[in-house]
Ligand binder design. Structure first.
Ligand SMILES: [Zn+2]
Length: 275
């Protein structure tokens, strides 16, 4: 049967977010939801690489817990994966604003992050999509930002869950600003660098990207050259940006490309010659 949360993709798309549908998502659920009273935010604590490596688990579940494990997944690049239109097993025991039956009452969003120090801070593109997606869903439901809880805030006994790893109070403030229409428009980073004389335009690169341009970037950063823009490359980008006093967002847009072009790293005299 088709479950009731079939409105989610349209609402997310209207908010300008990237949406990917999984097969049979409309019919997936551990039964039907009750009245939706809010949103529970999670992180997956999944693998460190890949955009949404936990997606299969969210759909199928784990040996100890049948799927779906959330209604939505949120990839590192800010894409929402629609997993289920019905109830999901994500909340467990807890309480938030009088709601005690989390699975029947909350839409669960599992965002890809290991939760470990190596994966902090989260990519801004993912955090931005997290706030915008939650605001869009709450707006559709006629609910305010307080209806959005972190799993770590809801779960009982206290301390049972650590997710999500970011500050929920600041997160709700961001969501409230979006709901109130007072949030600043995020600085748009062009997808392609405007061409400068004698230069080919280069794509903006962020975590999840791969290919020859990533290898070039890694060479410029003196990072391990595997052509995969993962957490390590992002950390190098952030460190470089910090060293040049620009916003350390880990995204290589036109400004960061230009800085990289003009940058020479200190010579490594103790290194064997390369190639
Ligand atoms: Zn959780």
């Amino acid at each position: 049967m088709t479950f009731s949360l079939i409105w989610m993709p349209d609402v997310l798309l209207k908010a300008g977010l990237k949406v990917a549908l999984t097969d049979d998502w409309q019919d997936r659920g551990a039964g039907e939801m009750g009245a939706v009273q809010g949103i529970l935010c999670h992180h997956t604590a999944g693998p460190r690489s890949g955009n949404m490596p936990t997606l299969g688990t969210l759909i199928k579940g784990r040996p100890d817990l049948p799927g779906p494990l959330s209604q939505l997944g949120l990839g590192r690049d800010g894409t929402y994966y629609v997993v289920a239109a019905g109830r999901a097993n994500h909340a467990g025991k807890g309480a938030w604003e009088g709601v005690v039956n989390g699975n029947a009452s909350f839409i669960g969003i599992e965002a890809e992050n290991t939760g470990r120090a190596e994966d902090q801070p989260w990519p801004e593109v993912q955090m931005d999509a997290y706030r915008r997606g939650v605001a869009a869903l709450l707006g559709h439901l006629g609910l305010s930002a307080v209806a959005c809880a972190g799993h770590k805030e809801y779960a009982l006994p206290r301390g049972r869950k650590p997710d999500p790893s970011f500050d929920m109070k600041a997160f709700r403030e961001g969501v409230a600003a979006l709901l109130g229409g007072v949030a600043p428009t995020p600085p748009l980073i062009p997808a392609i660098e405007p061409p400068s004389p004698g230069k080919q335009p280069r794509q903006t690169l962020r975590r999840g990207a791969s290919g020859p341009l990533v290898s070039i970037l890694q060479e410029l950063l003196e990072a391990t050259k595997d052509g995969q823009f993962g957490a390590k490359t992002e950390a190098k980008v952030r460190a470089f940006q910090r060293s040049r006093n620009v916003v350390p967002d880990g995204i290589v847009g036109p400004k960061t490309w230009r800085l990289l072009d003009g940058h020479t790293f200190a010579p490594h005299s103790d290194r064997p010659p390369q190639r």
